[in-house]
Design a protein. Structure first.
Length: 228
């Protein structure tokens, strides 16, 4: 498990950002992808940040209009291909995990995700988790089923022991949600038990370095009590 701060991002507001500008939905998703690229660069200025988990597509999002889903898969494919060709991920030694219900991924996205993970599997400086067709309840139930298959029924499982069966094994320190809604929306439920939660009205494509620096300043001022 990587030491350091784990930030979870719920990048909400791409569609509303497009609508405000009279643009098609794809325009907002593309702008959101650029913001994520910038966010990764900003985070590198904080050596304490060792893991970032991004809620790219929830299981609930799969019920959206098929045209929009095709837009989303296209954006994910384009950006996974960027990572494959990127020297930046190699230079910064960023390990990339693409996680979720891979049976629900488009086949070309599944292939690109596999290539990205193979290419970056030995990097140890930091980790980027991209959550696709993901849900926190899906993850927890899947982990319990794994335990049952292994025959672990009577042995008490403490939190730290259970973590290794999750898709994302490191607890979350800070959740940032843009777009104005104040909820986790089934994202990293087990891992976020003691996380600091920061909600902002800013739509994800408008999220700036200045606001990120403000959030990190706020985070460092908090005193974590872990429920005590």
């Amino acid at each position: 498990m990587v030491d350091g701060i784990h930030i979870a991002i719920i990048p909400d507001g791409n569609r509303r950002w497009s609508q405000k500008r009279g643009k098609p939905t794809l325009f907002g998703h593309q702008a959101g992808a650029r913001t994520l690229e910038n966010f990764l660069k900003w985070s590198q200025e904080y050596p304490e940040i060792k893991m970032i988990s991004v809620y790219a597509l929830s299981t609930e999002n799969l019920s959206r209009d098929q045209k929009e889903l095709n837009y989303l898969w296209k954006v994910y494919l384009e950006n996974l291909k960027k990572v494959i060709k990127s020297d930046e991920f190699q230079k910064e030694e960023i390990k990339v995990n693409v996680l979720g219900n891979h049976n629900l991924w488009r086949s070309d996205v599944r292939k690109a995700a596999k290539e990205v993970m193979i290419n970056t599997k030995n990097y140890t400086k930091s980790v980027l988790n991209i959550l696709l067709a993901y849900g926190g309840q899906f993850e927890i139930i899947g982990s319990m089923n794994t335990l049952l298959k292994k025959g672990i029924r009577k042995i008490p499982i403490a939190g730290d022991a259970f973590n290794k069966f999750l898709l994302v094994k490191k607890p979350v320190d800070l959740v940032i949600r843009t777009g104005g809604y104040h909820r986790l929306s089934n994202f990293l439920l087990f891992q976020s038990a003691y996380a600091e939660l920061y909600f902002t009205d800013t739509l994800w494509p408008d999220f700036s370095k200045k606001e990120f620096e403000k959030i990190m300043k706020w985070y460092f001022s908090q005193q974590k009590k872990f429920g005590k």
